[in-house]
Design a protein around this ligand. Structure first.
Ligand SMILES: Cc1cc2nc3c(=O)[nH]c(=O)nc-3n(C[C@H](O)[C@H](O)[C@H](O)COP(=O)(O)OP(=O)(O)OC[C@H]3O[C@@H](n4cnc5c(N)ncnc54)[C@H](O)[C@@H]3O)c2cc1C
Length: 302
């Protein structure tokens, strides 16, 4: 789906937008060592991708920037050092600034600790008009982090946003995608939105921006960088990705990471479907009738 709404708001004041984006394991390549014995994700063993819904959130922000000149977008991620890839990806596609929240003490966070940490980071980025994130992340799949951030920041929230219909001085009007239809709602600025996967897909990387930002590195990455890279960052400080630790965002250590996470995963089971558990059906009346009969016999429906 391409962006259909291209209405320009040339007289509108520029907005400050924060995009929440998470680096997630690539669930297309999950192996047997994907989870640690304590039930947390073994991120070091998994290849990673930009969380798909967050790319939709990024596009929503970039579309607003196209329509309101001067709008500034900051991409914010919490994660281990390699999450710097998310910031670079944001730069390649058009964001103005990127910030990483990264510190070993943030590890093992559940949604409560994650949203607390992100909210502290967002507070540090204030003032802002709009926070956008994906509806959910494909590793946790909870869809709780956005709403919890809004709650902690005391902001109005609009979830499942599909398209921004109108932007006024003090309010933003959006269409939400619900299970059985759509809803049009308005929210005052500042507010938080989570973006549905049915919204327009994110634009591609921009070749010139890839050339400009391919050497962007976080402070941690710079520690093991060669002389060329260190020299480049001294000359072009905009390439250094700010990295915030616990103290930088003034976080309470009791509310972050494992200690701030009441959720404990008791056990994780691998379910492997064998071939004889799968049945191939076509769209003939006979096959559909057989399937319904079986579902009723197994008490799945009826
Ligand atoms: C098997 C398993 C079970 C789990 N069960 C629970 C549980 O029951 N309860 C619980 O609280 N936690 C649970 N967790 C942990 C939870 O998945 C993680 O804490 C996760 O970091 C946060 O939730 P999410 O991925 O579901 O995010 P979601 O709430 O699905 O994410 C929504 C959006 O928030 C933003 N966002 C989320 N995380 C970040 C980030 N780090 N940086 C930037 N933006 C971000 C993104 O825009 C994202 O699209 C479980 C984890 C596993 C592996």
């Amino acid at each position: 789906m391409f962006n259909t709404n291209t209405t320009k708001y040339l007289n509108m004041r520029p907005l400050k937008i924060v995009v929440l984006a998470k680096q997630v394991p690539d669930t297309r390549h999950v192996g047997p060592d994907a989870m640690k014995p304590d039930g947390t994700v073994n991120r070091g063993k998994l290849s990673t991708v930009f969380n798909p819904d967050d790319l939709h959130a990024l596009e929503l922000a970039l579309n607003i920037k196209d329509r309101i000149p001067g709008t500034e977008i900051t991409i914010l991620t919490m994660g281990p050092p390699k999450a710097a890839d998310i910031i670079r990806e944001g730069y390649y596609r058009g964001v103005d600034f990127g910030v990483m929240i990264s510190d070993r003490r943030f590890g093992g966070a559940d949604t409560l600790a994650t949203s607390y940490t992100l909210a502290k980071g967002i507070e540090k980025l204030a003032p802002f008009d709009l926070i956008v994130g994906g509806r959910q992340a494909i590793d946790g799949d909870t869809a709780q982090v956005g709403p919890q951030c809004a709650d902690k920041l005391n902001l109005p929230q609009v979830t499942y946003v599909e398209e921004i219909l109108e932007i006024k001085e003090d309010e933003i009007i959006a269409r939400r995608r619900l299970e059985k239809g759509i809803e049009v709602v308005s929210a005052p600025f500042p507010c938080l939105m989570t973006v549905h996967g049915s919204s327009p897909a994110c634009r591609s990387r921009h070749a010139k921006r890839v050339m400009k930002y391919k050497y962007a590195r976080s402070a941690t990455e710079l520690r093991s960088a060669d002389e060329f890279m260190i020299d480049l960052h001294t000359k072009r400080p905009h390439l250094t990705i700010p990295e915030w630790n616990v103290e930088d965002i003034n976080a309470d250590v009791e509310k972050i990471g494992l200690s701030g996470s009441p959720t404990k995963v008791k056990s994780v089971e691998n379910i492997v479907l064998t071939a004889n558990e799968a049945k191939l059906l076509n769209d003939s009346d006979a096959d559909i009738e057989m399937m319904i009969k079986e579902l009723i016999e197994h008490h799945t429906i009826g």
